[in-house]
Design a protein around this ligand. Structure first.
Ligand code: 5RP
Length: 223
């Protein structure tokens, strides 16, 4: 069993009968979804899920997990998702993919957010390993980029896989991948980006995390 799988199994222990559970997106979240299916099958656990992306919804459906649409909920009990970076203060960087908007909605709606990752995701500051993904309304991208540059942002629109156009998120947005001065702390950066016209959502998750589960060479630690 690899570390991502191990940590996902640990997170599944938090799921109790009757819960509404948010499903994250990514390889670690996929292991969690698979474990939920096993718990239903082998132990008769009963819960409902809501997905943070089309891909997670498809996976849940393929495993016959009960699923409701995001527009039908106003709170959830538990949200389990991976992250790209995790700081000692439990601030996250997420959104390497295309599903930031639903991920942040579920993180905010959850009574508890559990982050599952292997030790490679631990960083000293946000932006250490990846630029900040910032979803922007397509027609606003130049204006948003200029505003972000005014407080030191450097970056470009994310190209599509074929490199002949721009990446489009699940919600039809473009993504600016931007780097900022590492001395700009995450909560200041969070506020500055939130306050930028044309920005729909971005990858810094501040003050939302409950528990962080980290697997490192076969041992899971809880923070
Ligand atoms: C997607 C995410 C993922 O949770 C993050 O990229 C981690 O993925 P993985 O579990 O595959 O390492 O934020 O938007």
């Amino acid at each position: 069993m690899n570390d991502k799988q191990l940590v996902a199994l640990q997170a599944a222990k938090y799921v109790k009968n009757g819960m509404l559970v948010g499903l994250g997106t990514g390889s670690t979240a996929n292991y969690f979804i698979e474990e939920l299916a096993r718990l239903t099958r082998d132990e008769g656990l009963k819960f409902t899920t809501v997905a943070s992306s089309t891909i997670s919804a498809q996976k849940a459906q393929s495993l016959q997990l009960p699923i409701v649409a995001l527009e039908h909920i106003n709170s959830i009990d538990l949200y389990v998702d991976g992250a790209d970076e995790i700081t000692p203060g439990k601030t996250l960087l997420k959104g390497r993919g295309s599903d930031l908007v639903k991920e942040k909605l579920l993180a905010k709606a959850a009574a508890q957010l559990i982050v599952v990752a292997d030790a490679s995701k631990l960083v000293s500051h946000i932006g250490q390993n990846f630029p900040i993904p910032i979803e922007v309304i397509p027609f606003a991208w130049q204006l948003a980029k200029k505003s972000l540059e005014a407080f030191g942002g450097v970056g470009e629109l994310r190209p599509n896989a074929a490199k002949d156009g721009f990446w489009i998120t699940s919600h039809g947005s473009y993504v600016l991948d931007m780097q900022f001065d590492k001395n700009l702390d995450a909560s200041t950066l969070n506020a500055l980006i939130n306050n930028t016209p044309g920005v729909i959502e971005h990858g810094i998750f501040c003050g939302l995390t409950g528990v962080v589960l980290i697997a490192d060479n076969g041992t899971v630690s809880e923070y």
